[in-house]
Design a protein around this ligand. Structure first.
Ligand code: ADP
Ligand code: MG
Length: 681
């Protein structure tokens, strides 16, 4: 079995040059090559009519031989055999065979053959000709695998090399899943699956092979993450003591929801434990994640540890700073803000405060993990809106103080099965209830014809003392037809909104300008904020009740849901108006999902379904190995895989048993390959 993990150089069919090409694409062993899956298949059992043949390419046709001619010889002595044939429609086809007399002799007049070969147009005889055809009955694999090609490596070459790998596999055997699983989840043996994915016997076996390999792919990943979770657990130096939270709870301007309290208890239990917390806090927009973070910071401070709250943008950092200050300062907890736009002098001062332990809670952007920042006693790191940060950034911060407790707050609700997969190395807390008294945001999708009415409606809200957002997809008028912040704001100020205070907000403004604007909006010195999606994540102005989104079809569903989440943050009824000029059936379907549900988890599921996982996770940088066959939308399989991992680890917690040896090698190999270290099996 180890032969599968030897260098691919040892294969007789792999030359030195080819070895180098394989190296370039990350294929080092026969095992890797066996997991280099075809991108498509050509089914030679499905002949086409001769008339439909693609000239100068290989085609599959089914023809009956009508005549066999005497061989002729070229000047160089090569034998040329010719025959005549017709297909079902009566279209004639010439057959030309160079040298291969056995193929020619095998053909019988009156018999029908499925053949595969290059078809050319013989103008002189006014018919097509097939050259050196292969007969289907002679073909080893009537369904032929087609591989992704790279320079210096063609599909047939890969096929040949894989054939040799499959022979090794045949000889030594290899199985990663316990028999018991294969029965329970109805999965074919690994060798059979690998053989069928590369050389399918038929389409049904190909599908079974795919299912088995997809299952295994998810299973391996999930198992690796589960083991990682266990093994990266060094004892923490930051074990904390029970502390009463009453004082904190009492100081809040609202009663916490049960979900918030439960999450806080889970977090406290983690931080009192012997291992560093590694927890994901998931909750729909507006579910009150910040208050949970504040509770964690409070608990930490009472234990004389510093905590850090890192946000992806300055606007958010500012806002969190203001919120935490409001919650915690009166309890004598010292808070400081660290962002990139501080002056060098300010930074120096704050660094000193932090290093001296004169501050308890540090809120900031990625500036919080600059080299120059030295923490005094860092016990907790919280990252908000996690998908904006790469895994590497998260880890950089975590390394700042040995192994502090980690809490990650995710802005995009992800279906639970999926969260367990993507954040498989973390514990998960979910805020599944909204604060009391919230009314679901009423959502309408309309065309531009109703813009006028929508604006009137918005102004009614302004008259009631509320505020509004108008989101546009562009900043400046380009040559596109999209609404742009600057010109639309000018237009509105001159017309409809001339009696109201408006302001613009977009990514090209300086940090200071953005901050000032947000500050004014918070304090209701601005009624309508005309902006880009800079307000998408996290911004919290409870008095705002109208969210108008122009060219709504330009945004993803999850993004629209995030934008909608900027309103509905108080007991006032809020509204989200989606305006679009492109009313196609797809747009209608997408937008109606938002009108029909305010549940972020459902929106995420629909988004995932509509866009596919590639796009959905495009910006997420989850840092996991790419999935080749498995689909993250297959929630049935995800459940099965999670069940399988649980069963396996219950029986053999660190995969020490002999029958799990292959699986252990397999998982270890995967984790090493993708730098997910800490695996010390
Ligand atoms: P998100 O989960 O989207 O980050 P926030 O933490 O910004 O949500 O909270 C949304 C709003 O709800 C804030 O204005 C916050 O003060 C308020 N809030 C949080 N928890 C509660 C609660 N239990 N009851 C009432 N309002 C709450
Ligand atoms: Mg938030």
């Amino acid at each position: 079995m180890e032969k599968l993990f030897f260098s691919i150089e040892n294969l007789t069919s792999v030359s030195k040059t080819r070895f180098k090409v394989y190296q370039k694409i990350g294929i080092a062993t026969p095992y890797d090559l066996l997991y280099y899956f075809p991108r498509a298949y050509k089914d030679y059992r499905e002949p086409i009519a001769v008339e439909e043949a693609i000239i100068d390419q290989k085609n599959v046709v089914s023809v009956t031989i009508t005549e066999k001619k005497k061989p002729t010889y070229s000047s160089r002595g090569m034998a040329i055999f010719r025959a005549e044939a017709v297909d079902e429609d009566g279209t004639e086809l010439g057959i030309v065979i160079f040298n291969q007399k056995y193929t020619f002799y095998a053909l019988e007049i009156g018999k029908t053959y499925i053949m595969y070969g290059k078809i050319v147009d013989n103008f002189r005889d006014n018919r097509y000709e097939i050259q050196n055809p292969q007969l289907l009955k002679d073909m080893e694999n009537p369904i032929e695998a087609i591989y992704p090609q790279t320079a210096g490596l063609t599909s047939p070459m890969i096929r040949t090399n894989i054939k040799e790998c499959l022979q090794i596999l045949d000889f030594y055997g290899f199985e990663t899943l316990p028999v018991f699983f294969r029965k329970r989840f109805n999965l074919m043996p690994l060798c059979k699956a690998l053989k069928n994915i590369h050389q399918p016997e038929n389409l049904e076996e190909l599908e079974n092979a795919r299912r088995r390999l997809a299952f295994e792919e998810l299973f391996r990943l999930q198992l690796g993450l589960a083991l990682l979770k266990d093994m990266s657990r060094q004892k923490t130096e930051y074990s904390m003591q029970e502390t009463s939270m009453e004082e904190f709870y009492k100081s809040l301007p609202f009663e916490l929801t049960t979900a918030q309290k439960r999450a806080i208890q889970e977090i406290i239990a983690d931080m009192k434990g012997n291992f560093p917390m590694n927890r994901l806090l998931q909750g729909d927009v507006g579910s009150g994640k910040t208050a949970v973070a504040a509770a964690a910071c409070y608990f930490c401070a009472r234990n004389h540890f510093q905590s850090v709250l890192m946000a992806p943008t300055e606007i958010l950092a500012e806002q969190h700073y203001a919120t935490l200050k409001n919650f915690l300062e009166k309890l004598n907890i010292r808070i400081t803000l660290l962002t990139g736009s501080l002056t060098a002098k300010q930074k120096k001062l704050r660094y000193a405060e932090i290093a001296e332990g004169e501050t308890d809670v540090i809120v900031g952007t990625h500036a919080v993990f600059q080299k120059a920042v030295e923490y005094h006693h860092l016990g907790l790191v919280i990252t908000d809106e996690q998908h904006r940060f790469g895994v590497a950034q998260r880890n950089a911060l975590a390394e700042k103080g040995g192994t502090p407790h980690k809490l990650v707050m995710s802005a995009t609700p992800i279906p639970r099965t999926l969260a367990l997969m993507i954040y498989g190395d973390m514990e998960v807390s979910i805020l599944d209830t909204m604060p009391n008294g919230r009314l679901p945001v009423q959502t309408f999708a309309v065309t531009g014809k109703l813009r006028e009415r929508a604006l009137n409606f918005m102004m009614k809200e302004l008259e009631k003392g509320r505020q509004a957002y108008i989101v546009c997809p562009a900043i400046e008028e380009a040559d596109s037809e999209l609404k742009s912040v600057i010109s639309y704001a000018e237009q509105l100020q001159k017309t409809k909104l001339n009696n109201w205070k408006t302001a613009i907000l977009h990514g090209q403004m300086t940090a200071q300008e953005k901050e000032d604007t947000m500050q004014k909006f918070h304090q209701h010195e601005i009624d309508v904020l005309i902006c880009t999606t800079v307000v998408e994540v996290g911004v919290d102005v409870p008095n705002a009740t109208v969210m108008m989104i122009e060219d709504a079809d330009r945004f993803g569903l999850s993004q629209l849901h995030q934008l909608r989440g900027r309103v509905g943050r108080s007991s006032h009824q809020s509204y989200c108006i989606l305006i679009t000029e492109h009313v196609t059936p797809e747009v209608r379907e997408r937008l109606s999902i938002l009108s029909n549900t305010t549940d972020g988890f459902k929106v995420a599921e629909a988004d995932l379904e509509l866009r596919g996982p590639g796009d959905f996770f495009g910006s997420m940088q989850h840092g996991l190995p790419p999935l080749k066959l498995a689909k993250l939308t297959d929630s049935k399989m995800l459940y099965e895989v999670q069940e399988a991992v649980e069963i396996l680890l219950q029986n053999d917690a660190d995969l020490r048993r002999e029958e799990h040896k292959a699986l252990r090698m397999d998982v270890q190999y995967l984790m090493e390959k993708y730098g997910m270290n800490g695996m010390n099996l």
